[in-house]
Structure formats: structure tokens, C-alpha cells
Design a protein around this ligand. Structure first.
Ligand code: GLU
Length: 310
């Protein structure tokens, strides 16, 4: 039988993954629209994910507001949202697998212990301590600073802890260089291979005593479970992709294509923040802006969606 499928019949599944801890602003609108427009243009699927693992900051009324803002923009997900807070068992399973591989250890230093060690190190060496791509100092203690047996005893005794990835051991277990495919210019643009360098993040936190996952862990688990083929998100997460490549390799998860889009900046060149009410969609809408005005302000053309064939 003749194969009647078009030349590129691979599915296209993307997602917008906001945290419901505030109102959406123009930067979120841009990301949501780039995702939804690509799904429409490429006859793909657009999914919504609520990244709500932080129960102290995320609220159901923010989730509703996000859904209302998206509907107003004309962005309609093709399925009900996946809420991370409803899937802790999935992340726990991934974490248990990494722990079983000996790649995760409990660490007990508080934020101020870490800050003190970093500043002592800077004083002793007269040089800035090594920092991650977001500018935060790397975790300054080696895993070997405490015997594994003592770590487990303290954890069992109920001490507060975070679970860290042993980066050196994880890189060894990954068994070779890591890279990802970055779509240039547009989600369907030409692919460039980007070498991943997870070591620049040091021993990242994968879970906390009271939150059994982290952004890095849940994002790779969810992208796999939701069958995401194209991760379309802001440039601010470009370097985090290195960590995601490592976790995907260790957990045997498929690697989507990535497209990191430009960021929407304020007049002084800074990334927009949820605390800046002036750029919230709600405020712009209340001031009379239409969804077309938002698109124009973001430099997005009107969507020219193909008419569905019958
Ligand atoms: N939840 C993340 C954010 O709001 C986005 C995560 C992602 O797209 O990978 O910045």
C-alpha cells in the first residue's frame, strides 16, 4: 500500500508550563503564543502544564487566572492541564532510580551555611567563587565531606535536608558527551547540535525534605510523560537544558528538540517579573488592550493558520 502520509509526519507536541504563583505577563504571553502558534501551524498538539510543586507560592486562583488570560489571548490547550502537584509519585520514582544508582545524596547545610562557606572561600583565594550560569555560587562542599553512613543516619533522624545530584558521578554514569538539538529561529527551524555542559551547575538540588522533587527533575519526567517532542521556552532556560540532557540520559528518557526563544524585556533591558503589575495581561486588558494589541506589541504576526482539510 502507498504511504499517503506527508513527508514529515512526525508528531509535534509542545507545551506551555507556567507556575501558578502570580499573574501572567507579556513574557508569558509571548511564550504561550509561540507554542500555540507553532502547534497550529504544524498541525500539532499544544499542552498546558501547571508547574505548581511549590505549595507555599502556588494557588488555585492563579491557575484559574492563567487559564482565563490564555483563553482571552486565544490560546486553547488541546487537553486539560497536567498539574505537577498531582504527580509526586512519578517524580519520586525517578528520584528513587537515581538514588538506586548511587548518584544522589542528602546534604544538610542551610542557605546561610553555604553563603558563609562561599564567602570564606572567596576571602581565602581572593577570587570570586565559581558560579552557575544564573550567577549563583556552586555548592561549595564535596560529597566526601561527610560519610554516606552519617548522611543516612541524619536523614533517618529527621534533620532537614536537600537531595543533591553528585555531578561527577552522574557524568561518569552518563558514559559520554551530551548534546541537544536546538531549532534555530523558529520551533521548526534548522537544527543545531549544542554541546551540553551540566558540570557548570555543580551538585544541583533534585528534591527537598518537604518537596520531593525540583524544577529540573519534574520537567524532564513530565516532558517524557506528556510525549513532548518540542520544548519551546525562553532563553533564560537555555543553560538549564544541560542538566535536563543529563537527567534524560540517566533516566533513559527521550530527548525532545528545544527552541529557546527571545525574552521580552522591560524598558531598562531587564527580564519581566511577576511583581511588575504594569506588564500583567490583566492590567493591559483592564486598560483596554485587545489580544491583537498584545500580539503586535510582542512582534508576533497574526496567526495564519491553515484551514483544516476536510
Ligand atoms: N515553569 C517554568 C517557568 O515558568 C518553565 C519551565 C519550562 O518551560 O521548562 O519559567
Amino acid at each position: 500500500m502507498l504511504d499517503a502520509s506527508p513527508p514529515d509526519a512526525r508528531p509535534f507536541i509542545c507545551r506551555f508550563a507556567p507556575s501558578p504563583n502570580g499573574r501572567l505577563h507579556l513574557g508569558h504571553a509571548f511564550s504561550a503564543l509561540v507554542n500555540a502558534d507553532a502547534a497550529r501551524r504544524l498541525s500539532g498538539t499544544f499542552l498546558l502544564r501547571m508547574e505548581d510543586i511549590d505549595a507555599t507560592r502556588c494557588r488555585p486562583d492563579y491557575e484559574q487566572a492563567i487559564r482565563d488570560d490564555l483563553a482571552w489571548l486565544g490560546v486553547t490547550p488541546d487537553a486539560p492541564p497536567r498539574r505537577q502537584s498531582e504527580h509526586f509519585a512519578d517524580y519520586a520514582a525517578a528520584l528513587a532510580r537515581l538514588e538506586g544508582m548511587g548518584l544522589v545524596y542528602p546534604a544538610f547545610e542551610s542557605r546561610s551555611d553555604i553563603a558563609r562557606a562561599v564567602s570564606e572561600q572567596e576571602t581565602a583565594t581572593s577570587r570570586p567563587a565559581p558560579r552557575d550560569p544564573d550567577g549563583a555560587p556552586l555548592y561549595p562542599f564535596p560529597r566526601t565531606a561527610m560519610a554516606d553512613r552519617e548522611r543516612q543516619a541524619r536523614r533517618a533522624a529527621g534533620a532537614p535536608f536537600v537531595l543533591r545530584l553528585d555531578m561527577a558521578a552522574a557524568l561518569a554514569a552518563a558514559g559520554g558527551p551530551l548534546s541537544w538539538q536546538e531549532a534555530e529561529g523558529a520551533p521548526e527551524g534548522p537544527l543545531r547540535t549544542v554541546p551540553a555542559d551540566p558540570a557548570q551547575w555543580g551538585d544541583v538540588v533534585l528534591a527537598r525534605k518537604d518537596v520531593p522533587t525540583s524544577y529540573h527533575l519534574s520537567v524532564v519526567v513530565d516532558d517524557a510523560i506528556q510525549g513532548i517532542t518540542h520544548v519551546i521556552r525562553g532563553m533564560d532556560l537555555f543553560h538549564a537544558t544541560s542538566v535536563h540532557m543529563l537527567l534524560q540520559r540517566l533516566l533513559g528518557l527521550p530527548a525532545p528538540v528545544y527552541h529557546h526563544h527571545r525574552l521580552i524585556l522591560d524598558a531598562s533591558g531587564h527580564k519581566l517579573s511577576k511583581s511588575n503589575a504594569a506588564v500583567s495581561l490583566a492590567a493591559l486588558r483592564a486598560a483596554g488592550a485587545t489580544p491583537e494589541d498584545i500580539r503586535r506589541r510582542l512582534g508576533l504576526a497574526e496567526p495564519a493558520y491553515p484551514t483544516p482539510s476536510t
